[in-house]
Write a protein that binds this ligand. Structure first.
Ligand SMILES: [Zn+2]
Length: 210
């Protein structure tokens, strides 16, 4: 094994080193380092399940009309075009969120929780309060602090995702449900980041006007 002495001590891989290039030993060392422990705000992401509870957190459609719901069906031509074409071979049913009023459809995905995250990312705006975001306990934080929190949580999740992948490649049992939850939490960090970015932009615009 190539020695990676600098990685054992710091919480982050050296700049230029991608997570996928790290060995399992290096990732284990990063995850168990004091620096990583101190840089990670929490692993308690709130009371909701990132996979099973996803359908409860679908944002209303931008048209202001009827409810948006998860469907499992064939994506239409417009959806496939937006996604850069469909999967090769026979057309497949996929999960996506659709508005019952205007018919707008979100990105279609293999997992239903991911379809909710994609829909929400598309619809997030400063009109959607970030304080009540269902994960990561953002209530009471200003936008910049919430952004830092989500970024640090995301880094921890990226490391744990890489660790789970390497463990499973090494034949160590990691659990499909554990890996799916890590993936889903990662998706929710991306939805939170999009929402916080919209709020940061709106605050900057207001500051310029004042
Ligand atoms: Zn609509």
């Amino acid at each position: 094994m190539t020695p990676e002495p600098s990685l054992a001590r710091g919480a982050r891989a050296a700049p230029g080193i991608a997570l996928r290039d790290l060995s399992l030993e290096a990732i284990d060392a990063l995850l168990s380092s004091d620096a990583h422990y101190q840089a990670t705000p929490t692993r308690n992401y709130g009371p909701h399940d990132p996979v099973r509870d996803a359908p409860r957190f679908i944002l209303p459609c931008g048209c202001g009309g009827g409810p948006a719901t998860l469907v499992f069906d064939f994506p239409n031509v417009e959806q496939l075009a937006r996604q850069g074409g469909g999967p090769p071979g026979e057309p497949r049913r996929r999960h996506f969120v659709a508005c019952e009023a205007c018919g707008h459809r979100g990105r279609s995905t293999a997992q239903d929780w991911y379809a909710v995250i994609e829909w929400n990312r598309e619809l997030c705006s400063a009109a959607v309060p970030y304080e009540s975001f269902p994960f990561f306990n953002l209530a009471g934080l200003d936008v910049a602090t919430a952004q830092d929190r989500v970024k640090a949580i995301r880094h921890d999740l990226e490391l744990r995702k890489a660790q789970a992948r390497l463990r499973s490649e090494a034949g160590i049992e990691t659990g499909r449900r554990y890996r799916e939850r890590i993936e889903a939490y990662l998706g929710w960090t991306m939805a939170a980041a999009s929402l916080l970015k919209a709020h940061a932009r709106a605050q900057r615009a207001m500051a310029t006007e004042a």
